[in-house]
Design a protein around this ligand. Structure first.
Ligand code: ZN
Length: 526
């Protein structure tokens, strides 16, 4: 080796040493600041392994645990080749793993925050996941935990609980909840059995929920209890009684009857089984349903969530995603076992959340009246020996959200509310008429084994078409009766019918739409 090469190597080593020293100084500085603040956060040290933020690179193991003693020594001898920039733009050398995790106290998280992972990364070995397998043991559990003991074996992107993972973060940050809290699932099992359907093992039929999601704590008991993996149910089933003022009135005036089984008391208590379902998306299936490429879907999800889930990009091998959105609730009236029986009559309402009307009685739309009507007909069906089913989706304001919805209300009312301009006002603000995309909605019907709906309590052509395209027959479509339509909601109703909503009445012409007008802005001055 020539002297020139040797001196070059020496210079590089000196350079690296300087960089290492700079990095160490930065770490010390950060550490002393953290220590300074610690009296404000008494539990902080216990919950987080105090360490500076740094990036774990693709060719490095996520956990020190994954390094053997020999590898650690080698890493110490050979400084990392990769360099990257810190927030000040300085080039710093990637961290080397100088400590073996097993020799020190391990926190619930990895020593350094893992910003993303890579399929070929050392130690990364996702838990088996064969979406669409009939045997839950072959299918495998949905493992989404980011704790240190699960991060290597995660087979799902995202976090349990959808949007509620944010509140969980607050509870952990405030010290109210240990990050590694293990839920106790004793006595939480479903009170009724939703029998496994052939649809559960058809990977084209169920792509947006985990059909085994209510049985997680039973099927994967040993993984949870013996292996200590944080695996959580994504579906819960329970039973309840409900009281609905409108239906209590119907019972009082004799339009509905107490039968002791579905309506169980003169006060109008209604017997119901219900299931809460968190979304679990099998990305290839979701992409196929939406008719887009999976890669494009992943990129769009990544970008439009502010880069919240880098593994959408860096882990193409992980196919399951728990999106941070609301799920759905199923209400079953009558015998749930008959839902999959094609010889039993079934009445259904698919309802998308509208808080203003559903809960607070806003009269600008028909949401609550249609929901109550759907319930009434479902209950009557159950009383006649059939089954009634309400599926309630958290898709506020056509999945545009309530802020957008109110902006549109203002634009409608200020600019003259007419059926002719109804959809245009929404498009002006949101860019689209509707973002509910009913393509994923039929999954819950497949989960319940439904193949045919006798009475469909909806006028929506989108809901109807999505169900029919997914192989579920609809025998009768039932519009909301005229007397249940509040006057100010006629604008929406006419506009929707003109745009293709089902009606048994006449379809309004273009000129009719300009004559259907709602309450003006000034009429709200009281
Ligand atoms: Zn509404």
């Amino acid at each position: 080796m020539s002297e020139a090469v040797l001196s070059q190597i020496l210079a590089t080593l000196v350079d690296l040493k300087t960089n290492q020293q700079q990095l160490a100084d930065k770490v010390d500085k950060l550490q002393s600041e953290v220590d300074k603040d610690d009296h404000l956060l008494p539990h902080k040290a216990a919950r987080y392994h105090n360490s500076p933020v740094d990036i774990i690179l693709a060719d490095q193991p996520i956990l020190n645990l994954a390094l053997t003693g020999k590898e650690v020594r080698e890493k110490e001898r050979a400084p990392a080749q990769k360099r990257h920039s810190d927030s000040d733009g300085d080039t710093i050398v990637s961290p080397t793993f100088t400590t073996n995790r097993s020799t020190e106290q391990a926190g619930p998280y990895t020593d350094k925050p893992v910003l993303t992972t890579y399929p070929s990364q050392k130690g990364v070995k996702p838990f088996k996941m064969d979406w669409g397998a009939a045997d839950p043991q072959v299918r495998g559990p949905v493992v989404a935990s980011h704790l240190a003991n699960s991060i290597n074996i995660r087979n799902a992107i995202g976090a349990y609980g959808g949007s509620y993972s944010i509140y969980r973060s607050l509870a952990v940050a405030m010290g109210d909840l240990p990050a590694d809290h293990k839920p106790n699932f004793d006595y939480t099992q479903p009170p009724v059995k939703i029998a496994q359907q052939p649809q559960w093992s058809d990977p084209t039929k169920i792509v947006s929920l985990d059909p085994f999601g209510h049985l997680t704590s039973q099927y994967f008991k040993s993984e949870i209890e013996e292996q200590g993996i944080d695996i959580r149910p994504t579906i819960a089933i329970t039973r309840a009684h409900m009281l609905v003022p409108e239906l209590q009135n119907e019972i009082k005036d004799g339009s509905m009857r107490v039968d002791g089984k579905v309506i169980v008391s003169e006060t109008g208590e209604i017997n119901v089984h219900k299931a809460a379902v968190d979304p679990v998306w099998f990305l290839p299936g979701v992409a196929a349903r939406l008719n887009v490429e999976e890669e494009l879907l992943r990129r769009s999800l990544y970008e439009n969530t502010g880069g919240m889930y880098p593994e959408l990009i860096s882990r193409p091998d992980l196919k399951v995603f728990l999106p941070p959105i609301g799920g759905l609730t199923v209400y079953i009236f009558g015998n749930h076992e008959l839902l999959s029986d094609p010889n039993t009559r079934l009445t259904v309402r698919v309802h998308d959340e509208c808080n203003g009307s559903d809960v607070f009685g806003s009269d600008i739309c028909t949401c609550r009246p249609y929901l109550i009507y759907g319930m009434k007909e479902s209950i009557k069906e159950a009383q006649d020996g059939g089954v009634g089913l309400i599926v309630y989706f958290r898709k506020e304001g056509r999945a545009l959200g309530e802020v957008t919805k109110y902006l549109v209300y203002n634009a409608r009312k200020r600019a003259g509310d007419s059926a002719a301009k109804y959809f245009q006002r929404t498009e002006n603000v949101a860019g689209v008429k509707d973002m509910r995309f009913q393509a994923l909605m039929p999954d819950v019907f497949h989960w319940l084994g439904v193949t045919k709906i006798d009475r469909f309590m909806s006028m929506s052509n989108m809901k109807h078409d999505a169900l029919v395209e997914n192989g579920i027959k609809i025998l009768e479509r039932c519009p909301i009766p005229d007397e249940l339509v509040p006057p100010d909601s006629k604008v929406e109703m006419e506009a929707k019918i003109a745009a293709g909503y089902f009606t048994t009445g006449s379809i309004p012409r273009e000129e009719d739409l300009t004559h259907t007008v709602g309450r003006g802005w000034e009429e709200f001055q009281h």
